[in-house]
Design a protein around this ligand. Structure first.
Ligand SMILES: [Cu+2]
Length: 194
């Protein structure tokens, strides 16, 4: 199967059940990008892990069930935005941060303050298979400073925040056609770790 455009890639959708919270259709689900605006991502924050009562996990922190969050880098209309623009994490929890790029351009997820305050378990590069199910193409382990996601693709950043802070340096420094960066066009955000 050949994939000729972003639209094609995301239309290779899953079977419609299981958006996030399962692996089926999670990253490239049938609803595609449209269903995942701010509301969708915020809903994920209060997903399964919220039921854990806020207690700090003990034991091996890298092996707890991950809290899933989705951030869209840009949008299908070519907008230079993060969706959502504000992310909130808690120390000691394992997160699976899905960075999806539904736009026609590459985008960075860059925040030195954030990167210095987390322990990265892995980064996974995802691609839908012939049946539209997301498959892991590669895993990277070790400290990660920033991630660039190409049009129509997704990456998952698995990490445990270890230090609290408020970081306003989330941005994308890719240069737009007018010579200004996406950040200068408004592609900035804030990350809070508490
Ligand atoms: Cu960008």
């Amino acid at each position: 199967m050949s994939i000729s455009s972003t639209e094609d890639l995301f239309s290779l959708a899953g079977d419609g059940h299981g958006m996030l919270g399962t692996n089926k259709g999670g990253v490239f689900g049938r609803r595609g990008m449209a269903g995942f605006g701010l509301a969708g991502a915020v809903g994920l924050v209060s997903g399964p892990a919220a039921g854990q009562g806020g207690a700090v996990p003990g034991g091996d922190l890298s092996r707890q069930p991950p809290v899933e969050m989705v951030v869209e880098l840009g949008n299908a209309d070519g907008g230079h935005v993060f969706g959502p623009m504000r992310l909130r994490f808690s120390t000691g929890r394992l997160y699976r941060l899905v960075l999806r790029n539904p736009s026609p351009e590459p985008h960075y997820f860059t925040s030195e303050g954030f990167a210095a305050s987390i322990w990265t378990r892995k980064v996974q590069v995802m691609r839908p298979d012939a049946a539209g199910q997301p498959r892991v193409m590669a895993e990277f382990k070790g400290a990660i400073r920033e991630i660039e996601v190409y049009p129509g693709c997704a990456a998952e950043w698995w990490f445990v925040p270890v230090q609290a802070g408020r970081f306003t340096d989330l941005r994308c420094e890719v240069k737009a056609a007018d010579g200004r960066s996406h950040a200068e066009h408004g592609m900035r955000g804030e990350i809070i770790i508490e």
